[in-house]
Design a protein. Structure first.
Length: 402
């Protein structure tokens, strides 16, 4: 009888051992598949993030070109048109019509104007719409004004007089300001000096516009033929900022323009642009540095560009967060290397994919845990039956021998 218990107990240990091995194999196999899929989806998520940022960067680069290149062409062409370059009073009406047509056609333009060598000045500024309410207020223009036309005349004694006329969309007068003496002289401005150096189109540093007190830049070129002077086009910083803010890949991503010196040319939030005037005559503002923005990821991008490490898209960590960054050379027409910087947090780009991936892993583990008890039971039952038959055979055989 004792021999029977010993023989019968041996298969029980075999059942546990074999079942344990099978369960470990199945759990390991299924767990490995789940983990592989999790890791693979992580890689795919990052690849997707890179493609998304690249696509956004390419689109932004094209839009930068579309934003600036027509203005460069307008300045280059306008500086050659006799109706614009001539000081003859008979040209005034034709010049006004042509300039307003340019402003209507290209909404990125803020002002178009001519500054002559004698100090006279003729400018048309776009002031219509809700985004230009501050400009209308600064100029004392009526709410229905779309354009503001300023003419500065210089008499024989050198007295400078400014007249303002406010126009609707069709060029009809909707208001005026009394003529007043002014100290504004286009010849003192940076955009005038730059254009006089050669026949190229130049870009000024950011400065405060005398009329609206907005910050902007001017593209300018010396006049050809007719009277000496400079033709200029203004781009308001808030317009460039609005354009850049539309190129957000995620809530925290940033598209901005900067140069080799680490100075910001344009930023999505124009309130971050420095308004400290460093040259009163030119109203030039102090450069806004990347470091002053307090964004470590932007500083890291600039350092990568400045050191020559940034050849294509990079992944870098700043402030305890991982970012995808890229800097694309743009605006090469002005003789200075400028960049379109694109910065996006990886976790924000991959967040939807991460959620799906985590849910898939959770459901896979849940299904495994639900099925595992059933599988264990079936394994035990199957093995016990198999080993049970062998145990009975051993017992019967022992009895026979006895």
């Amino acid at each position: 009888m004792a021999q029977e218990r010993i023989v019968a107990a041996t298969p029980k240990l075999g059942v546990a051992l074999v079942a344990g091995v099978l369960i470990a194999l199945v759990v390991g196999l299924v767990g490995g598949i789940i983990w592989y899929n999790f890791q693979k989806s992580s890689t795919l998520a990052v690849d997707t993030a890179q493609r998304l940022l690249q696509k956004s960067a390419d689109a932004a680069e094209q839009r930068i070109a579309v934003f600036y290149e027509p203005v460069i062409a307008i300045v280059a062409l306008g500086s050659r048109v006799p109706e614009i370059t001539g000081m003859n009073p008979g040209n005034a009406s034709e010049r006004l019509d042509m300039v307003m047509t340019g402003l209507r056609r290209y909404p990125q333009l803020f002002s178009l104007y001519v500054g002559f060598d004698d100090g006279s000045f003729d400018m048309v500024t776009r002031i219509g719409g809700a985004e230009r309410s501050s400009a209308r207020k600064a100029l004392g223009a009526p709410e229905n004004a779309v354009f503001a036309h300023e003419v500065i005349r210089v008499d024989a004694a050198g007295k400078r007089t400014a007249s303002w006329t406010f126009l609707d969309e069709h060029g009809a007068t909707v208001g005026q300001r009394p003529d007043s003496e002014t100290g504004y002289d286009p010849r003192q401005r940076q955009w005038f000096h730059l254009a006089k150096t050669d026949e190229m189109v130049h870009r000024s540093d950011p400065y405060i516009f005398a009329s609206s007190q907005e910050i902007g830049i001017t593209l300018s070129r010396a006049l050809e033929g007719g009277s000496g002077g400079v033709f200029g086009a203004d781009l308001a910083v808030q317009d460039v900022s609005r354009f850049l803010s539309e190129n957000k890949v995620t809530d925290s991503s940033i598209a901005f323009l900067f140069n080799d010196r680490g100075e910001v040319i344009a930023y999505p939030d124009d309130s971050k642009i420095n308004r400290t005037v460093t040259n009163q005559a030119e109203s030039t503002v102090a450069p806004t540095t990347i470091a002053s923005l307090g964004r470590p990821e932007l500083t890291a991008l600039y350092e990568a560009v400045h050191s020559g490490r940034q050849q294509s898209m990079l992944s870098l960590k700043a402030g305890g967060r991982e970012y995808l960054v890229e800097a694309i050379p743009v605006l090469r027409q002005f003789g200075e290397t400028s960049y379109l910087g694109m910065v996006a947090p990886v976790d924000e780009i991959t967040a939807p994919i991460d959620r799906i991936r985590s849910q898939a892993m959770f459901y896979s583990i849940a299904i495994l845990l639900l099925i595992l008890p059933l599988y264990v039971t079936l394994v035990f039952v199957w093995i016990e039956r198999r080993l049970g038959r062998q145990s009975e055979f051993f017992i019967v055989r022992r009895d026979a021998e006895d």
